[in-house]
Design a protein around this ligand. Structure first.
Ligand code: NAI
Length: 350
């Protein structure tokens, strides 16, 4: 099923409101989910609405949260999320961080006690669209072994950064720090296909190719990715005084409780460093130089981070809309709020 931006957003907004979210919160959340789907990040788009609706309906997302903005210094602040919708808290906190960075040159903003916030590139892109550079770190539930370990300790702990240019390009880098998402392993399992031995490990911490033996995901680039996961956990967890490491709550355990997740933004104003015009000009030059480089055999081009997402978005609208699988469309178009599919599943929500 192909849908326009407004059709998809409208269906998701309606469902989230039926589950109990306030209209403005549902609107903000549906906008970000649509942003993900139209860029081809389908793992963080409409596919998540049923899970959020179940969690909202069961009380695990505060529908009338008492958000609090506490400045802890001239350029540092905590945004208390009261376990409200992660998308809303993350958007409002970035709006505040943008204002602070415009005033002080840098804003370091920690968001405490929120639910899942989706594709974090949306929030760093918000800053880049206001001529700032930003980096974001976000906790997620433990499903990756530390390098050399046997038990899941860290989440897929994503990192995003974004930067403006002198033209209409925006760099938006946005990645999980695991080699693969758990969803890809479930997909292979359902098709009875092996996985590459670089994706996951068994209970002894050994690489597996049989997806039914997977106990945990592995960090990208071995010990280096492990270090990045730890970086995220320190900045978005330990530094904010929220549960960290293996104590981070599971996405699919007890949907009646808040998740208490942490997220961190560092937003900087280039005008305090190289100067805004020079920064943007150099960014454009850098992207031109990368894009003009002869591509290696097997590659069409050297892309900048986020370029292919914009291309997928343009292609979707040029070919009739955002492709949404029938099962998800049917759920969104139905009167059902959720099908009790997610509560108290194992940590990987099979
Ligand atoms: P990915 O592997 O699709 O892309 C990672 C990055 O690499 C992107 O910035 C992309 O622009 C860049 N990239 C990919 N191919 C490229 C190429 N050929 N040339 C240049 N750059 C290229 O992303 P991943 O790791 O699968 O993450 C997907 C989404 O999941 C992200 O939006 C992330 O924020 C989200 N996520 C959210 C979590 C949460 O708990 N909130 C947890 C984990 C992931």
């Amino acid at each position: 099923m192909k849908l326009s931006h407004d059709e998809l957003k409208g269906l998701m907004k309606n469902k989230l409101m039926r589950a109990g979210l306030k209209e403005d919160h549902a609107d903000m959340t549906a906008e970000i989910l649509t942003w993900s789907d139209e860029r081809g990040y389908h793992s963080h788009g409409a596919v998540r609405v049923e899970y959020y609706s179940e969690r909202i309906a069961k009380g695990g997302i505060t529908v009338d949260p008492k958000f609090e903005w506490k400045e802890t210094g001239p350029c540092s602040a905590i945004f208390e999320g009261d376990n409200g919708c992660g998308y809303v808290a993350s958007t409002l906190a970035m709006e505040k961080a943008i204002d602070m960075a415009k005033n002080t040159g840098i804003a370091v903003v920690g968001i405490r006690n929120i639910s899942h916030s989706g594709s974090i590139g949306y929030y760093t892109e918000m800053a880049a669209k206001k001529d700032l550079v930003a980096i974001a770190f976000c906790q997620s539930d433990p499903m990756a072994v530390p390098f050399g370990g046997t038990e899941p300790y860290y989440g897929t702990n994503p990192i995003s950064f974004a930067a403006p240019t002198a033209d209409d390009r925006t760099v938006v880098f946005d990645m999980a720090t695991t080699v693969q998402a758990w969803g890809k392993i479930l997909d292979k399992r359902s098709r009875n296909e092996d996985i590459p031995d670089t994706w996951a490990v068994d209970e002894k911490g050994q690489p597996v190719t049989d997806p039914s033996l997977v106990n945990a995901l592995v960090p990208i680039a071995g010990a280096k990715g492990y270090g990045l996961m730890m970086l995220v956990d320190i900045f978005a967890g330990i530094l904010l005084g929220v549960p960290f490491g293996k104590h981070v709550s599971s996405m699919y355990h007890d949907l009646s409780k808040g998740r208490d997740l942490g997220q961190m933004y560092i937003v900087m104003d280039p005008s305090r460093f190289a100067g805004l015009d020079e920064f943007k000009k150099s960014m454009s030059q850098s992207l031109d130089e990368l894009g003009d480089m002869p591509a290696a055999e097997g590659f069409g081009k050297v892309y900048y981070p986020g370029e292919r997402a914009v291309m997928r978005c343009d292609k979707a609208y040029a070919t009739g809309g955002i492709e949404i699988v029938d099962e998800i469309y049917n759920y969104l178009a139905s009167d059902d709020i959720h099908y009790d599919r997610y509560d108290n599943k194992n940590r990987f929500a099979e």
